[in-house]
Structures are given as structure tokens and as C-alpha cells.
Design a protein around this ligand. Structure first.
Ligand SMILES: C[S@@+](CC[C@H](N)C(=O)[O-])C[C@H]1O[C@@H](n2cnc3c(N)ncnc32)[C@H](O)[C@@H]1O
Length: 303
């Protein structure tokens, strides 16, 4: 099995131990990336297993597909956004996995347009065939909405001032955004730069509503005994995953007596989010903010 030195799958052993892929199972990887986790799923599900992989980024999907060529098992890679999961005519699965956000090449390859460390056209989309590049989106968004994006997705102080200056400046490249951030935040600019770009990326890809759609429809695709795991990288995402998984795994109660009416349809396999070990955090800086949560669909129908 080839290991790509540039790309280390986050929380790999924890994912494998909690999701526990078995021979012959069907796995849906909603964020295939370079297929790091998926290769290990394939190893476990074997020649009689089936892997369906989605990614909004066509380039990543093609690279993952290339890596799977030598492996046994039925693999189907689809250029799709997981926001459409309910409409993709997917089969019931034993495992649904999502590893949210950016992949290593998005960060490492400046030409992908996600880094503020190189001067490239301001795009920030995973899927270049959908939506508007960030530069165009900035021209269309209202000052109020842009302010809200910086406040909510970037947790920035002075969101309105930054929004106003960006609208005025008609930015077209990553460095033109950098210059505006420097003008607004002065010596604090380097520390807020990641938040500014994160906020714009979340907005341009409409990431929060995509995650909501995944959390609403994903659990319904699980077979009895099926497991769903999500790795998130910031508190906005993790809060949503935690809340939905908690609701799904809480037994409905009698409105008057407060007694459980029947067991919940899902069980929470992670009472607390699973985070990378100290050793993983040290060897892979990108893993540092990762949080994994897992639920399982109960086997027996509630009585
Ligand atoms: C963290 S990477 C996944 C890495 C993968 N687990 C691996 O080990 O190679 C996240 C991937 O999800 C994709 N992605 C992000 N949002 C998406 C969405 N809404 N629908 C489909 N793919 C998405 C990105 O393009 C990226 O390739």
C-alpha cells in the first residue's frame, strides 16, 4: 500500500477502530480527498466490499482514483458535493465517513488558490464548476452579510471595518486581500489572516449549509448497525456535529412522565470528541484542531 509522505490521514487508527470496516461492507466516503482514509477502508472491506467516494474537487478525485487502481474491491468515485447526499441515489451503507475542510494539496499547492502565502487569483472554491470565485462573490455580497461572515465564521474583531475596506478595494487576488487586512489590523494582521481566509472560504463554498445537509440525510443512509464518523476542524463545524449526534442518540421521552418512550435509533460511540494523540499532533500540525465524533444506527427497530 503506498503511503503519500505529503498526506497523512488524520486520526487514522481511531477512525478504523471506531468505524471498524469489515470484509464485504459498503462504505461511503463523502470527502475522498486523496483517498488516504479510503485506501485503508478498501484494504479492510476487501474484494467483496464496495467503496463510494465523493469529492467536490475534481482534481483530488482524479488523484484518489489513480491511487485506487491497483486495489481490489468495487470503487466508484463521483464528483459531487455532499450537500446533495439526499439526491444522489446512494445505496444504504455500513459506513459513512466525512473528513471536512481542506486537503493537504489545497494548502501546499499555491496554484489551488487557497493560501494567502502566494499571490494568486482569489477563488477559494473546492469546485470550480459551481458558484462564484471569492473575488466575484465579494463584489456581490452586501456589506451586512460580509460583516456577518467575518463575525461568525472568522470570529474577528472589527468585522464591519474589514468588510467595508474589502468592498471598497475591489480585490481580485489573494495578496490584495492580505494588503487590506494589513491596513485594517496593523501588527495583528498575521494572526488574523488565517481567520479571514477561513471565513471567506466557508462563505464561498457555503460550507455550513452543506454540513447541515450531510448531518440531516447521512444518518438515514446507514444500515442497521451502520456507523457514521465525522472529523471536523473548527468549533463551528464541531458544534453542529455534536448537537445533531446528541439529538439522534437521545431517547424520546414521554412529555409528562419524562420516561424514555423507546431507545434512540442511534447510539453515540464517542461520548467526548476523539482528538489526535500528542505524537500525531507533533508529527502532523494539521491534525491539531481535529475532532472525531461517531454514531451507530442500532440494529433492532425500537419497539
Ligand atoms: C480533509 S480532506 C479529506 C482527506 C481524506 N480523508 C484523505 O485522507 O485523503 C477534505 C476533502 O473534502 C472535500 N470537500 C470539502 N467540502 C466538500 C463538500 N461539501 N462535498 C464534497 N467534498 C468536499 C475537499 O475538496 C477535500 O478534498
Amino acid at each position: 500500500m503506498d503511503a503519500d509522505p505529503k498526506h497523512t490521514p488524520v486520526l487514522l487508527s481511531e477512525v478504523l477502530s471506531l468505524l471498524d470496516p469489515k470484509a464485504g461492507e459498503t462504505v461511503l466516503d463523502a470527502t475522498l480527498g486523496l483517498g488516504g482514509h479510503a485506501m485503508k477502508f478498501l484494504e479492510r472491506i476487501g474484494a467483496h466490499g464496495r467503496l463510494i467516494g465523493l469529492d467536490a474537487d475534481a482534481q483530488n478525485l482524479a488523484q484518489a482514483q489513480q491511487r485506487f487502481r491497483s486495489l481490489p474491491g468495487h470503487v466508484e468515485c463521483r464528483h459531487e458535493n455532499f450537500r446533495n447526499i439526499a439526491r444522489l441515489d446512494l445505496p444504504e451503507v455500513d459506513i459513512l465517513f466525512a473528513d471536512l475542510g481542506l486537503s493537504s494539496p489545497h494548502v501546499d499547492e499555491p496554484e489551488r488558490g487557497f493560501t494567502f502565502r502566494a499571490d494568486v487569483a482569489l477563488d477559494l472554491r473546492f469546485d470550480h464548476t459551481q458558484g462564484l470565485p471569492a473575488a466575484e462573490w465579494l463584489r456581490k455580497v452586501s456589506l451586512d452579510d460580509l460583516t456577518r461572515v467575518f463575525r461568525e465564521y472568522g470570529e474577528l474583531k472589527s468585522p464591519r471595518r474589514l468588510a467595508g475596506k474589502l468592498k471598497e478595494s475591489e480585490v481580485t487576488t489573494t495578496f490584495s486581500v492580505v494588503r487590506v487586512v494589513e491596513a485594517v489590523f496593523g501588527w495583528k494582521a498575521p494572526s488574523v489572516m488565517p481567520q479571514v481566509f477561513q471565513a471567506l472560504r466557508i462563505a464561498v463554498n457555503d460550507e455550513m449549509s452543506a454540513l447541515d445537509a450531510l448531518l440531516a440525510a447521512g444518518p438515514l443512509l446507514l444500515k442497521p448497525g451502520g456507523r457514521m464518523g465525522v472529523i471536523s476542524y473548527h468549533s463551528l463545524e464541531d458544534r453542529r456535529v455534536k448537537q445533531v449526534f446528541r439529538i439522534l442518540s437521545t431517547a424520546p421521552q414521554h412529555p409528562e412522565t419524562g420516561q424514555d418512550l423507546h431507545p434512540a435509533d442511534f447510539a453515540l460511540l464517542t461520548r467526548k470528541a476523539v482528538v489526535p494523540s500528542g505524537a500525531e499532533q507533533e508529527s502532523n500540525a494539521r491534525s491539531r484542531s481535529a475532532k472525531l465524533r461517531v454514531i451507530m444506527r442500532r440494529s433492532s427497530a425500537p419497539s
